[in-house]
Design a protein around this ligand. Structure first.
Ligand SMILES: *Cc1c(COP(=O)(O)O)cnc(C)c1O
Length: 833
């Protein structure tokens, strides 16, 4: 059947005047009227008994009305034009709240705000009733969320594919100083931003065995006796800013293949008849709360295969609906793998093309390697995913065969180019034979992709010289860099309306869509009136943050003090502990009467620790114990306060970033692939104290050496020190202040009555070799903090520098990032619906 015939048939049943019956009356209602309508007709309430949540839902329905026609039109236009699309596969999308962002991107935020006022509601309060969509851990998931925003804004035909977890990232509370994990039941109330699409359901198979069947066309592989799970898609609209484009985020939910087992039911065993459901539906039940470490659990591999298989089926189904020549597939689809979590997609596409669509191996492989690209997010060995061959053989026997075949052909090719180098073959093989036969997902991703990118210049260089050095010899030119970015819509406009307003007054609007325009604010650094206005904005944002901190922690802070902020996942490599060492150093200086030199500071921490990462949880406890001592010491007063802001998530980040004066980006050089918190801070007018790591290097290039506080060892120095035999004891004995700080932690100064509480922390620093070189970087860190404090006392110099930081952040818009992916990797162009 020709594609034209198919398309005509698809549209049949639509009256010719369908478009003219304009749908779109709902959008034309004045917003107060629309709100009232929804309160009555969608919620069945009157305002006399409407709750705050009802008002949120009312507002969400109203904004959704403005999305729908654009969403429908975008989809129709892509189909009509049969345009090339990007598919962004990610196990995480850390989107946060949608209401204010959708209103902003649609350009109706002011009307919504006044509309709510007219009916006696405040926008700020209404927005707060929305639970965060916390379908991610941290940076990797937030990057995916920034990317879908940028792709829609730039009119890139794109779909995000992920999992609709019933429970997202756990909600963190602090009890007696310790992290407690609470379930995130974010779907308890109706989720207005999703639409179930049962007609796009697909079946995902597991287990079973493979048999070979000889036919006229050759040998076929049949994967039989499998167990099935149904993948049910939920679509979430992704509105672009200042455009008609509304892209789609398709999140899969697992459903039992058979609602219930009738045999059991008929035998009167009702409970047994629904049992099968639970097994299947656990697949999409919960997000794994691990960041930068792999968990190796069977359920995790099931999650990965579940969403990958459904997504690849969906992609190929869409292709075959509108195209007939397989060789055009790379002209219609580009697939980006967000880390190795979806890397099984390489084998899955081979499986579907060969076993289901009957393509020959070579033809299928050629297509695969023209479609896939892979983004690496980490060099750390504990984060590199591998699965035992036994687990693979049980769960996905056909895919293991396919991976063996991919590997066999790849190793043959390598052997031709580097004859006799058995060590090389062993190192690059997808199967790791040295650790009990494991499937290395990063190798599968590299071999199956045409392009592999790191996420900042330094990280991409390190990929080529360390982790993927062998692959870089085998595939010269496959490796590249695309530096991460953040969306200015959420992280400037939405999070910081006061700064947005100030900038708009001085340089006009437009920087939301084209962040390069923000450079026009550079000359304002020398304008005293602007500096004052800029400080007023910062003061208001700090006031807002101080109020939130009081609400959440009961700690009263002085908004005049420097807000020194480190907010990110708690991880040893990010070195929150180094920050704590500095805090205790300041405390000791105050106690010993050196406080006259001191700039008042509020040191703010936020971040979650993986529930199984005991040492990270100890660090949280230490922060809280240190805070309790310092905050209640009358000698200290307002000079120093320590705050642990609970439950770091996107909506918390939106308050924290604009209130920061100082941005702590202090990972050991060579460990943080990029970081994006560093970009959000600088864009909101904070100065950075940081190491030459990740994107800090490029932030320094942009803002200038004189406008950033860089300290510590470089990556090369870290390597050299480690290979030369690093001894933390030398630093401990060589620095009296450092020794005092560590001794206080180790002797129970902050854990009165339980002196052994922090023995493990002290041991990692002294007995276990201080893997992340905190002691080596301590002295330079403390000295650099003194320079920071001195500059903060000169408010004109400080605000001048902060303005320059903001003005020079254009590079770190995720629009720039997506532009690079689109032209260099995906080869897609904008398409205006
Ligand atoms: C930006 C962001 C991150 C990433 O922060 P890094 O400092 O780059 O690790 C993590 N979580 C949330 C909620 C964020 O907004």
């Amino acid at each position: 059947m020709s594609t034209d015939v198919k398309r005509t048939r698809k549209r049949a049943g639509k009256p010719d005047n369908f478009q003219a019956v304009d749908t779109f009356l709902l959008e034309q209602l004045p917003i107060p009227q629309a709100l009232r309508n929804h309160l009555t007709f969608s919620l069945g309430k009157s305002d006399s008994w409407a709750t705050s949540r009802d008002w949120y839902q009312t507002a969400a329905f109203t904004v959704r009305d403005h999305l729908m026609s654009r969403w429908v039109n975008t989809r129709d236009a892509y189909r009509e034009a049969n345009t090339k699309r990007v598919y962004y596969l990610s196990l995480e999308f850390l989107i946060g709240r949608m209401l204010a962002n959708a209103a902003l991107n649609l350009g109706i935020a002011p009307e919504l705000s006044t509309g709510l006022q007219e009916i006696g509601q405040q926008m700020e309060g209404v927005v707060e009733m929305e639970p965060d969509a916390a379908l991610g851990n941290g940076g990797l998931g937030r990057l995916a969320a920034c990317f879908v925003d940028s792709m829609a804004t730039m009119d890139i035909p794109a779909t995000g594919y992920g999992i609709r977890y019933d429970y997202g990232m756990f909600r963190q509370t602090i009890e007696e100083g310790q992290q407690v994990e609470n379930p995130d039941n974010w779907l308890r109330y109706q989720n207005i931003w999703e639409i179930q699409r049962p007609e796009h359901t697909c079946e995902v198979k597991f287990y079973g065995r493979v048999v070979q069947v000889h036919t006229d066309h050759g040998t076929e592989h049949h994967w039989i006796e499998t167990e099935s799970v149904v993948a049910m898609p939920y679509d979430v609209p992704v509105p672009g800013y200042g455009t008609q484009t509304v892209n789609n985020l398709r999140l899969w939910s697992a459903k039992a293949a058979k609602e219930f087992d009738l045999l059991h039911f008929n035998q009167g065993n009702y409970e047994k008849s629904v049992e099968g459901r639970h097994g299947a539906e656990t697949i999409s039940q919960v997000l794994y709360p691990n960041d930068a470490s792999e968990s190796g659990k069977e359920l995790r591999l099931k999650q990965q295969y579940f969403f990958v298989s459904a997504s690849i089926q969906d992609i190929l189904h869409r292709f075959t609906n509108y195209n007939s020549d397989w060789d055009t597939l790379p002209d219609k689809a580009a697939i980006q793998l967000n880390d190795t979590h979806p890397a099984i997609a390489v084998a899955e596409m081979m499986y579907q093309l060969i076993d289901h669509y009957h393509l020959a191996w070579d033809r299928a492989w050629k297509l695969v390697t023209q479609i896939f690209a892979y983004t690496n997010h980490t060099l750390m060995p504990e984060a590199l995913e591998s699965w035992s061959v036994e687990l693979f053989a049980t769960l996905l026997p056909r895919h293991l065969e396919i991976i063996y075949e991919i590997n066999h052909r790849f190793l043959q090719m390598v052997n031709q180019h580097f004859p006799g180098d058995c060590d090389l073959l062993r190192r690059v093989s997808i199967i790791d034979e040295t650790h009990g036969r494991r499937v290395r997902m990063a190798h599968l991703a590299v071999i199956g992709s045409h392009t592999v990118n790191g996420v900042a210049a330094l990280h991409s260089e390190l990929l080529k010289t360390t982790l993927f050095a062998d692959f870089n010899r085998i595939f010269p030119g496959k490796f590249t860099n695309v530096t991460n970015g953040i969306t200015p819509r959420r992280w400037l406009n939405q999070a910081n309306p006061l700064l947005t307003e100030l900038l708009t007054q001085h340089i006009g609007g437009g920087f939301q869509k084209d962040l390069s325009l923000i450079k026009h604010s550079e000359p304002l650094a020398d304008n005293a009136a602007f500096r004052q206005a800029f400080r007023d904005v910062k003061a208001a944002n700090k006031q807002r943050l101080a109020y939130k901190i009081l609400q959440k922690t009961g700690v009263v802070i002085n908004p005049q003090a420097m807000f020194d902020v480190q907010i990110k996942r708690i991880h040893e490599y990010k070195r929150q502990l180094l920050n704590v060492l500095h805090v205790i150093t300041l405390y000791n200086r105050i106690r010993s009467g050196q406080a006259t030199l001191h700039t008042p500071r509020v040191v703010i921490f936020a971040g979650k620790a993986a529930p199984g990462y005991w040492l990270a949880k100890q660090i949280i406890r230490l922060i809280n114990d240190v805070a309790a001592i310092i905050n209640n010491d009358p000698v200290v007063g307002d000079q120093l306060k320590v705050v642990f802001y609970p439950n770091y998530e996107v909506s918390a980040a939106e308050i924290l970033f604009p209130g920061a004066d100082l941005s702590e980006q202090i990972s050991t050089a060579g460990t943080e692939a990029s970081g994006t918190g560093n970009m959000k801070m600088a864009l909101n007018g904070a100065l950075t104290i940081g190491t030459l790591d990740g994107a800090n290097v490029e932030i320094k290039e942009e803002v200038g050496d004189e406008n950033i506080f860089i300290f510590g060892l470089t990556t090369a120095e870290v390597t050299k020190l480690k290979t030369g035999g690093y001894n933390p004891w030398d630093y401990y004995h060589g620095n009296a202040e450092l020794k005092q700080v560590i001794d206080m932690i180790g002797s129970g100064f902050f854990s009165v009555g339980d002196p052994a509480r922090y023995q493990a922390i002290v041991d990692t620093l002294l007995q276990k070799g201080d893997q992340y070189l905190l002691l080596a970087d301590y002295a330079d860190y403390v000295a650099t903090q003194e320079k920071v404090a001195a500059l903060y006392r000169d408010e004109e110099a400080w605000s001048r520098m902060a303005i320059l930081n903001m003005a020079r952040m254009a590079k770190f818009s995720s629009d720039r990032t997506i532009g690079e992916y689109a032209s260099r990797i995906w080869k897609v162009s904008p398409f205006k619906a």
